[in-house]
Design a protein around this ligand. Structure first.
Ligand code: NAP
Length: 310
């Protein structure tokens, strides 16, 4: 089924997509947001957000996203909570397929963000949902008074470790170097926390356990010495991968899959714009993603004006 041709379709519904939706809706462009099967993006998996301006006491990630969605809906943005299966940007109007339905639009804003990465060990993959997790906020409460490990040395790893101390009796951060990549404030909080300890210069070779996580086998990268550690939960926080698989061959991507922008927010296709973590591997903040969403919406509006799309 082909519906009416939209002025703008936004794919993705994190801070970038929802801010694009707000601006284009308020600009009377009546956007359709294809928000994903699990709408809301990474902030739906976050607990307290303390660095989004305007919330002096902080706000829970899912609450922030609900407010952003309501604000866009107030100005007429429409939502389909489903995943895009295919796109065709070869000529305008652009085609976006969801199952059997094709949606057409004069311009498109891509804002599908990025997802957490895994180590890729077979033992890890077998134990996902059985003690192996990439989301402390989602799964932390299952581990009251348990001992846990967190893999990584960036802000995500320390944020997860700090969050897990609310439930766990002990959290060990396993990091492949002896220097943390995380910001100084997060380092200070984690390093002085009585429940958090660090296993430096180490990689995980295997997650142990058959039906549930029971431990990890690690190797010290300096001495090559292997050892085993008991743990009830295994949390991976080693970075993110852009959700751009469906865009391969349709817009230019770099070798990691991030969108390459050509002209401000425009992608390699005129009329197709990008916003948020789908192109931004540097800042990756809710507030920067929201700003990109605003920029893409303004560029889309100018593009439609220039094309004379009524
Ligand atoms: P990140 O900064 O890229 O850190 C990833 C960490 O995982 C690094 O310590 C890296 O080790 C390690 N790592 C990567 N691949 C690995 C592998 N295969 N095996 C073992 N370890 C591996 O990613 P992030 O922590 O997700 O943060 C991403 C961005 O979001 C950053 O800009 C960060 O500041 C921001 N962020 C901010 C907050 C906050 O302000 N509250 C919270 C979360 C994230 P190396 O250090 O050795 O490379």
């Amino acid at each position: 089924m082909i519906a009416l041709i939209r002025k703008v379709i936004i794919i993705g519904s994190g801070p970038a997509g929802l801010t694009s939706a707000l601006y284009t809706a308020r600009g009377n462009l009546m956007p359709l947001v294809i928000s994903g099967f699990q709408w809301g993006g990474q902030l739906m998996l976050t607990s307290e957000v303390e660095n989004y301006p305007g919330f002096p006491e902080g706000i829970m990630g899912p609450d922030l996203m609900s407010l952003m969605r309501k604000q866009a809906e107030r100005f007429g943005a429409e939502f389909i909570d489903d995943n895009v299966t295919n796109v065709d940007f070869s000529s305008a109007p652009f085609k976006i397929t969801i199952g059997d339905d094709i949606h057409e639009a004069h311009c498109v804003i891509l804002a599908t963000g990025a997802n957490a990465m895994w180590l890729g060990l077979e033992s890890e993959q077998k134990l996902i949902g059985k003690g192996a997790s990439s989301c402390a906020t989602c799964d932390g409460a299952f581990f009251r008074n348990r001992e846990l490990v967190v893999i990584g040395g960036g802000d995500s790893a320390l944020e997860e470790a700090l969050f897990l101390t609310k439930f766990a009796s002990k959290v060990t951060v396993i990091h492949r170097r002896h220097e943390l990549r995380a910001s100084k404030i997060m380092q200070e909080r984690a390093l002085k926390h009585e429940k958090i300890s660090f296993l430096w210069d180490s990689e995980v070779l295997e997650v142990l356990g058959k039906d549930k996580v029971e431990g990890v086998r690690t190797r010290n990268l300096k001495t090559n010495e292997e050892s085993e550690m008991k743990t009830d939960g295994f949390f991976v926080a080693i970075g993110h991968k852009p959700n751009s698989e469906f865009l391969k061959g349709h817009v230019d991507l770099d070798e990691r899959g991030y969108i390459i922008r050509k002209n401000w927010t425009q992608t390699s296709v005129e009329g197709v714009f990008s916003a948020g973590d789908i192109h931004d591997y540097r800042y990756r903040q809710a507030v920067t993603a929201a700003a990109h969403g605003c920029e893409a919406a303004i560029d889309a509006e100018k593009y439609l004006e220039a094309k004379g799309v009524e």
